[in-house]
Design a protein around this ligand. Sequence first.
Ligand code: 7TS
Length: 424
Amino acid sequence: MSAAVEILPPDTRDESSRRALAVHRVREDFPILSQKVRGKPLVYLDNAATSQKPQAVIEALQRYYAVENSNVHRGIHLLSEQATQAYEAARARVQRFVNAASTREIIFTRGTTESINLVAASYGRRHLQPGDEVIISWMEHHSNIVPWQMLCEEKGAILRVVPINDDGEFLLQEYEKLLNPRTRLVSVTHVSNALGTINPIGEIIAMAHRWDVPVLVDGAQAAPHLPVDVQALDCDFYAFSGHKLYGPTGIGVLYGKARLLDAMPPYQGGGDMIRSVTFEKTIYNALPYKFEAGTPNVAGAIGLGVAIEYLEQFGLENLAAYEHELLSYATPAISRIPGVRLIGTAREKTSVLSFVLDGVHPHDVGTILDREGIAIRTGHHCAQPVMDRFGVPATARASFAFYNTREEVDALVAGIHKVIEVFS
Ligand code: 7TS
């Protein structure tokens, strides 16, 4: 095993869960990781963009299409019943994963982007009047900026932005100043994709609730790395994507408090979201189906359920602790390379390292690392305001998952030295 920390199952008193899973064993669960790219062993450090899939998820998708495929909530034939059961079992697994009070509060979407757009289009359109305000932060991903901009433009409402400090931390005091009787919604990320900052989301929610303002949390970068308890947070909406959570693409989740979801109009019309239709009047279905028009991504939901089951055998706390250890190893190793400047130095971070290198465009950093088999992301990370805030056009970003190793961090450091050599 390459790192000092072993990933232990949560209950070490239990004989069956006593197996300490070393990283190299975990890596064997992810077939893609044993590949060579450009003749070099793949070093996959682009996990914030999308994470790799364990064999269990790949097999679940294969099995679904090989022997289970059928449409849900329709047929009375066996396959349809089984597909419906598997789809609903996945919903129940997601419910337990985020500790929602009921499966009615778990809506399957295409991903975080669609979850946020759903709330903007449904809750937002219903509740915003001209002159009302929506609060977001400076570190949002474009998918938590643009839907609110579109809504505000349509409604004559105003978008307020909470500033961040030079470490990339959310400024609670500035936020407090922005909350006022015209505030209708707060939508803030739990973890920044470009900086890795973990926001004080509990306080952000509590402060909004003092004004009776609901809060949407963009959990795209948090759900894969931190235990999430929507009831403990008391958030009103929580959005995340399956593909960053070691599950399939094209599936995501919107958690919403039943009280709010019940009062919201549907987002899209079509099959499955209705109870009865005549040309005069349509009666909508109950939660969560009211928000799931059309044939859903059944395979995706099942795959996401399996991904969550896979993660739960280790315990999110253990995975987070391991990733934190990797970040603590990587941060000084990267930051002491001459000419490197880290972007995002918050005290509370997930395993994201964004950086710029003196005199070298991030795209060139990425291209040379790619030749070494090292996959990172370069660019604005769909967070252009963050780039503006730090006065850079782009960054190079390495983002780690629990299957990454110290050797891979060392390979990244060696790769950056190679970049410097090429450009010196
Ligand atoms: N919110 C955050 C914080 C994100 O990081 C992302 C995707 C999204 C929303 C959108 O998620 P989607 O699954 O609907 O696309 N972030 C990234 C990234 O950092 N690199 O590629 C995608």
